[in-house]
Design a protein around this ligand. Structure first.
Ligand code: ADP
Ligand code: MG
Length: 710
């Protein structure tokens, strides 16, 4: 470890006033072992020289050669490695991590070299400085002399070839000071110990050699060394802080300032949760909402209707589907089976109207008929809950929804009203279609999965018609349900359609008599629907068949209760979504600013500590690791918590939407995409927040970090 210093110059640039020439071209050589004192009055440049020797600070002229290699050729990394591997530093202010115990402080130097204390090195070193019993004591509970011993132990643990001590006894009483000098003297048997001091007496007593400085120049040297044989070049190796240690340090930084951290965390949680939740708004699409709603409601079929409208006009008129159109549609749908619900006109049920209001007739009526056999029931998942399927054109089976009207309001037979207590009570009775003046015998009841529970509760629990108004949206919901024609359709035998057309052709025109085309829906795996190039909802149809290119456009639409109410609620929902985006941008900005404030806070708080680490040889990368661990953990924590809160919030919001708009209509979902968005925004926000103070910190020279200079 031969050190040659040649014409070393150092000038401090001072913002106000003249530059300070702290070292004015000094030259000397240092031996491999022994105790060399650099003596001089305060301000003569001792610390400057020591810091440069230790690679903590740069210089402006001249050169330093270590083992024949100029320090100028060192990269920042090499310098860190040099400090890490060859140097031990002891400062006047011992620069310990006050809150950690003695063992941790000393072990830190090993950590920085990624070494584990396998052979009990720490204990060995503590013994050599006489601190064995204090290993587990916190540093802020030690005396000044003991602290300085810890600092020496920390410097020694790496078995450095060079021990640099800047006024190591400056803060101690003379007796303790002597002890420390004795210890250093003992250590100088195996290595070079350079001690900076203004205490001439000690220098002469302990120093093998005393170099005296004055105003940045050497004024005397007790035994100058002339010839220095360049020792064998030792390769500088780069130890680095083990990740786990960087991580625990980073985490300890988080909890160092709990209040500020908590405020920052709270702010982040609010913002990041909003990010996730608002993204669920953005991810909302009708298609998924409808699928979800159909799944949740247990819908068993898709129903399609036809709309025609004049080009350029948004208003659409629902029209019946001709046989030709229906065939076209079933080809488009590309499904395994397709069935037609035919139109029935003006067919109120013979339900007793309890309070004489004819409006009941509007809901207690049939709108169509569907030719049925047991395979159809099976394919659609409908259940025959009583009786049997119709066998001829005089018979029908009723959907459960219609049966419930009889059960609730009674069966009207001429002037008398018969109470219907059970399914069996209705079987064998007749249902009349006024317009054709024909009655059909009811043979069975079919459960078509009418799951609008809230409505069913109100409707079938005997609430009088005029009181229905008290139930808010019930009436409009009733109209929406009418879209699901399946619940007020008569189930008839195969061949009924030709019987009906033949006998009642005066009521219908051949081209205008199919009300709905239906297909089985088998849950959320609705690939068939995705294939449908026709539109999926009633209201954003892409025309698939243009009858008259200039005027009339025809669309097929998936139409059901879900689609209807989604349409009603979407306007409000979109407004909420658009407003929340702006609120969110504001929140993100505030959060980033606060994160910057928080990060500069923790970084400046830990300035001295980071400085100590730098002096011990921690590289910029090591510091980056610590800060990244700190803020990475913070970010990870806030991502995790935000996601959980986001998930809960979406569930609550869905409940609210369900109450406001109707079940499942504005269904939002916090999924993987939202998690990813939250993570991305959080990582970005934290990174941006930390970047500025961190870059500022990393650009500083170690000496400035230690001295905590701006
Ligand atoms: P010593 O350790 O011998 O007391 P220093 O090496 O600390 O002296 O300082 C030498 C000279 O350089 C002093 O005049 C001091 O004011 C000046 N100096 C030290 N550090 C700085 C700095 N960062 N900026 C400006 N001047 C400095
Ligand atoms: Mg000094």
């Amino acid at each position: 470890m031969a050190i040659v210093v040649e014409k070393l110059e150092k000038t401090y640039k001072v913002k106000k006033g003249a530059d300070v020439r702290a070292l004015k071209g000094i030259s000397f050589n240092l031996p491999d072992t022994g105790m060399v004192f650099i003596l001089g009055k305060s301000g003569c440049g001792k610390s400057t020289l020591l810091n440069i020797l230790g690679g903590l600070d740069g210089f402006d002229g001249g050169d330093i050669q270590i083992d024949g290699k100029s320090i100028k050729g060192y990269k920042a990394n090499d310098l860190d490695g040099y400090r890490n591997d060859y140097l031990g530093f002891v400062f006047q202010e011992n620069n310990l991590l006050e809150k950690e115990n003695v063992r941790r402080n000393v072990g830190l130097a090993l950590d920085l070299q990624s070494l584990k204390d396998k052979e009990g090195k720490v204990d060995g070193v503590l013994e050599s400085v006489g601190l064995k019993e204090f290993a587990d004591r916190k540093c802020n509970c030690l005396s000044g002399g003991q602290k300085q011993r810890v600092a020496i132990a920390r410097a020694l643990i790496k078995q450095p070839k060079l021990l640099l001590c800047d006024e190591p006894t400056g803060a101690l009483d003379s007796e303790t000071g002597e002890e420390i000098f004795n210890l250093l003297k003992e250590l100088s048997g195996e290595r070079l110990v350079v001690v900076v001091s203004h205490d001439r007496e000690s220098a002469e007593k302990y120093g093998d050699r005393v170099i005296e400085l004055k105003d940045g120049e050497i004024i005397s040297d007790s035994s100058p060394q002339s010839v220095v044989e360049a020792a064998e070049q030792t390769k500088v190796k780069h130890g680095s802080l083990r990740f786990i240690r960087a991580f625990t340090m980073g985490v300890s930084y988080i909890i160092a300032r709990p209040v500020r951290m908590a405020i920052c965390l709270l702010l982040c949680l609010i913002t990041f949760t909003c990010v996730g939740v608002i993204d669920t708004f953005n991810a909302f699409d009708r298609y998924h909402a409808m699928m979800y709603t159909m799944d949740e409601l247990g819908s068993k079929n898709y129903a399609f209707c036809k709309n025609t409208f004049y080009k350029g006009e948004s208003l659409m008129a629902e029209s019946s589907i001709s046989l030709k159109n229906a065939e076209e549609l079933s080809t488009l749908l590309d499904v395994d089976r397709c069935d037609y619900i035919y139109t029935l006109y003006n067919s109120s049920l013979n339900v007793e109207n309890t309070d004489g209001d004819s409006n009941w007739a509007r809901y207690a009526r049939v709108r169509g008929y569907l030719e049925t056999d047991s395979k159809l029931l099976n394919d659609y998942g409908y259940k025959l809950v009583a009786g049997r399927l119709p066998a001829n054109t005089d018979e029908v089976a009723l959907p459960l929804y219609l049966f419930n009207f009889y059960k609730t309001y009674g069966y009207k037979d001429g002037d008398s009203v018969i109470e219907i207590g059970s399914y069996e009570g209705l079987i064998g009775k007749t249902v009349g279609l006024q317009i054709i003046e024909k009655t059909f015998t009811i043979t069975g009841i079919i459960d078509t999965n009418f799951v609008y529970k809230k409505l069913a509760d109100i409707l079938f629990n005997g609430v009088p018609y005029d009181k229905l108004m008290d139930y808010g949206d019930v009436l409009s919901n009733m109209e929406d349900i009418e879209q699901d024609v399946i619940h007020n359709t008569l189930f008839v035998c195969n061949g009924f359609s030709s019987y009906y057309t033949e006998n009642f052709s005066n009521l219908i025109s051949e081209s205008n008599f199919i009300l709905r085309v239906i297909a089985p829906y088998n849950g959320s795996d609705a690939r068939k629907l995705k294939n449908l190039k026709a539109c999926t909802t009633q209201y954003d149809g892409v025309p698939v068949s243009i009858n008259d290119p200039d005027n009339i456009i025809t669309c097929y639409h998936l139409i059901n209760y879900a689609a209807e109410i989604i349409m009603h609620s979407e306007g409000t929902f979109n407004i909420v979504r658009d407003c929340s985006i702006y609120a969110l941008l504001g929140a993100i900005l505030i959060t980033v600013l606060f994160l910057t404030y928080y990060a500069s806070g923790t970084i400046s708080e830990k300035h001295r500590e980071i400085g100590i680490l730098r002096a011990l040889g921690a590289s910029r990368l090591d510091i980056l690791k610590i800060i990244a661990s700190e803020h990475g953990t913070f970010a990870a924590g806030s991502i995790a918590i935000s996601s959980v809160i986001g998930l809960i919030t979406t569930i609550c919001l869905n409940n609210t939407f369900n109450k406001t708009f109707g079940f499942g209509t504005v269904f939002i979902k916090f999924g993987i995409r939202q998690f990813a968005v939250v993570a991305a925004v959080a990582i970005l926000a934290v990174a941006v927040g930390v970047a500025f103070p961190l870059i500022k910190l990393l650009r500083k020279k170690p000496v400035d970090v230690i001295a905590d200079r701006k």
